[in-house]
Design a protein around this ligand. Structure first.
Ligand SMILES: Cc1ncc(COP(=O)(O)O)c(C=O)c1O
Length: 423
């Protein structure tokens, strides 16, 4: 048996040797199996549904190609994400534009591309969409982002009724704002949206969210708006570390659909199409980051620091949120004899702790280290802090591997710098 860490059928040491480190590695097979788990669960629940992958988690043209080919829909949150999808040839009808502060330019780009839906976040934005659709003479199908007062960010379900957030319309003024669309000649309100947080591990918070929004949904339908969709947002949780709870679609989606069906039946309403916007659920486990171990520093009586050739510039989540990750030495199996407790640090001129404490198999300078489940919010959140060049992204599809984002070079780092002629 090989001692090497095999990821999605590929030897990770070979990938590091071929493509260099630090390296983002992304598996199409894992992405598709995660998508299939959601699709199968909705199918078995007999639901009318749509999966809108949240591009903010991991997006580039190759991934757009895969998603489009698989018939998934795409949630974009900026003109840049929308541009990426369109550049990849993604079907505009299955693209949604989100954002709490969309610029006029972004709204124009969305209308000109004829994208499927815009999720409206404020009364201000609605006025802009009304004016732009009149100017173009183009119809827009919109959903409204509602702040239902359900906060699933902590593991406890908090229903404050009033969450202090920049996102969405507060529930108590939503009807007044949304009903304005009845007078807008080119704007159709087709649904309601809410996103209640991340790392949700069962159906409870989604059902609470649907229940709260069902009253508003009924009021709007009764007032003649053509509602047909309920978008529950993203937030389906994954296990970053062994033993973490995870959202299991085959258990929780049928329960969620059944309970939401019950709510709508009780209200005497037709069951809407259920939309979800998973980001990390689809992409996090599909990605790993490969690093080369540089300095190993043993501080007597304190701890051992293992430093890698990347860090917070390619994965800011530990520094931003105290996020947890697991890692392993790719070429050496962990045994009780070689297990060494260490801290994994990045190379940035900050504390830059990637993993506070973990057992690694006798880590040495030159070893390849894999950090797991980095497929979401790593590449998309990466920066050039310390003028570190961003890593390449390699896609694994079955036995094939290929670069889908090239490694940045030193020249890339200065390519947009300008020195005014008076300097
Ligand atoms: C509106 C919206 N939808 C979907 C998502 C995706 O969340 P996750 O990656 O946790 O599924 C986010 C994440 O911030 C979001 O803000």
């Amino acid at each position: 048996m090989t001692e090497h860490f095999i990821f999605s059928g590929h030897d990770t040491e070979d990938l590091a040797a071929e493509y260099g480190t630090p390296l983002y590695v992304f598996s199409e097979d894992i992405l598709l199996s995660k998508a299939a788990s959601l699709k199968n669960a909705f199918e078995s629940a007999g639901a009318d549904y749509e999966i809108n992958y949240a591009g903010k988690a991991f997006l580039n043209t190759a991934v757009c190609r895969i998603l489009d080919r698989e018939g998934l829909s795409l949630d974009t949150a900026s003109g840049g994400e929308l541009y990426t999808a369109l550049a990849a040839g993604f079907d505009p009808a299955r693209i949604t534009l989100h954002g709490s502060n969309k610029s006029e330019r972004e709204l124009r780009e969305a209308l000109e591309a004829g994208i499927g839906r815009i999720v409206v976040d404020s009364e201000d934005e609605l006025a802009r969409i009304d004016a732009l659709t009149r100017e173009y003479g183009i119809r827009a199908e919109i959903l409204f982002r509602i702040n239902p007062g359900v906060d699933a960010h902590t593991n406890e379900l908090i229903n404050t009724g009033k969450t202090d957030t920049k996102f969405g319309l507060p529930l108590d003024c939503a009807a007044r704002v949304i009903l304005q669309t009845a007078q807008m000649p080119y704007v159709d309100t087709i649904g309601l949206h809410a996103h209640i947080g991340s790392q949700v591990t069962d159906e409870e918070a989604f059902v609470a969210e649907a229940e709260i929004m069902s009253g508003l949904y009924r009021e709007l339908l009764e007032r003649g708006l053509p509602l047909r969709e309920l978008n529950l947002g993203g937030g389906f949780g994954i296990a970053y570390r062994t033993g973490d709870e995870t959202f299991e679609p085959e258990i929780y989606i049928p329960k969620m659909v059944e309970r939401i069906r019950g709510i709508f039946e009780t209200e005497g309403l037709p069951m809407p199409r259920l939309m979800i916007e998973p980001g990390r659920f689809l992409s996090a486990e599909a990605g790993i980051t490969l690093y080369t171990i540089g300095t190993v520093k043993e501080i007597e009586g304190v701890r051992t620091y293992v430093s890698v050739d990347g860090g917070m510039a390619d994965n800011p989540r530990p520094a931003l949120y105290g996020a947890d990750y697991e890692a392993l030495v790719c070429g050496r199996r962990l045994t009780p004899e070689n297990a060494k407790k260490v801290r994994v640090s990045g190379k940035a001129c900050e504390t830059d702790t990637l993993i506070g404490e973990i057992e690694l198999a006798a880590p040495r300078t030159g070893d390849i280290l894999a950090v797991r489940h980095t497929g979401a919010y790593n590449y998309t959140m990466a920066s050039n802090y310390n003028r570190l060049a961003k890593p390449a992204v390699v896609l694994l599809s079955g036995e094939k591997s290929g670069v889908i984002v090239e490694r940045e070079t030193y020249e890339d780092l200065t390519s947009r710098d300008r020195i005014p002629d008076w300097l």
